[in-house]
Design a protein around this ligand. Structure first.
Ligand SMILES: NC(=O)c1ccc[n+]([C@@H]2O[C@H](COP(=O)([O-])OP(=O)(O)OC[C@H]3O[C@@H](n4cnc5c(N)ncnc54)[C@H](OP(=O)(O)O)[C@@H]3O)[C@@H](O)[C@H]2O)c1
Length: 225
């Protein structure tokens, strides 16, 4: 079964996945690079000098088994990129997705084929419909929801995400776009593991609980003696 996965989404202690305002010069607004310092130190990010510790082992789960990505318009480019016909994303000619990549936007344009297996497709579609399209493109592999915060939140709220890996970074941003808003009692739908690592971040892995009809029989409480 094709899973829908989120990996390495870095959030502040107060739950913001980006600061503000976002711009060409400051893609994460006032957060700068602080949300991702932990990742820059890993071999996953820096093939030459990155560390091979626990952060790396967890970060590397980002790629295996993924056949397509879905991302939001604000991850693909700074505000107003839709007015620039030459904008092809932040990542240069060979983006790190290496799969069909669906950009959700209310102003879709023609697909762009990049080097290395990434083709950007632009979709104006509800989360469930976008996921169905991405799953077809993924040909049986999993679909990654790549961010930003708004798109991750929308897919979680729609009950579409099976695995949600967040990295809580010990900074307080105070403003930006927050993941948790509107997701009250999310813990009812997910099993949650938290692992803190020597770098000071906490990896939160939320795994969707099976729906009651698919769950195994519950162990009944032992009868009183
Ligand atoms: N912390 C991390 O690990 C991480 C990871 C990835 C990205 N980011 C950052 O997060 C920021 C972006 O996050 P964000 O929350 O501002 O925005 P986002 O989730 O990237 O994109 C939201 C935008 O996508 C479009 N959209 C969303 N759902 C749609 C739908 N169903 N149909 C059509 N269009 C839809 C809309 O844009 P339009 O109406 O303009 O088309 C919407 O305003 C960036 O700064 C990025 O660098 C952080």
């Amino acid at each position: 079964m094709s899973l829908t996965r989120v990996h390495n989404l870095s959030i502040s202690l107060d739950g913001f996945a980006t600061g503000e305002p976002q711009s060409l010069e400051a893609p994460f607004g006032h957060a700068g690079e602080r949300l991702h310092t932990w990742m820059f130190a890993t071999r996953f990010w820096d093939a030459e000098t990155g560390s091979l510790g626990v952060d790396n082992a967890i970060a590397e789960r980002h790629g295996p088994g993924i056949g397509a990505e879905i991302m939001g318009a604000n991850k693909f480019g700074p505000p107003g990129w839709q007015d620039d016909p030459d904008w092809q994303g932040w990542w240069g000619p060979n983006p790190p997705f290496h799969s069909p990549t669906f950009v959700l936007t209310h102003r879709p344009r023609s697909s762009i084929e990049m080097e290395g297996g990434t083709t950007f497709h632009f979709l104006d579609a509800a989360p469930a419909d976008a996921l169905e399209i991405a799953q077809r493109a993924a040909e049986g592999k999993d679909v990654r929801i790549g961010g930003g915060a708004t798109v991750v939140r929308d897919f979680v709220a729609a009950g579409l995400v099976d695995l949600l890996h967040l990295v809580q970074v010990p900074i307080v941003l105070g403003r930006g776009v927050r993941v948790w808003d509107g997701l009250e009692a999310l813990e009812d739908a997910y099993d949650i593991e938290a692992v803190s690592t020597p770098s000071g971040v906490t990896h939160l892995t939320l795994t969707r609980k099976p729906p009651p009809e698919r769950a195994g029989p519950r162990l009944s409480a032992p009868a009183p003696a």
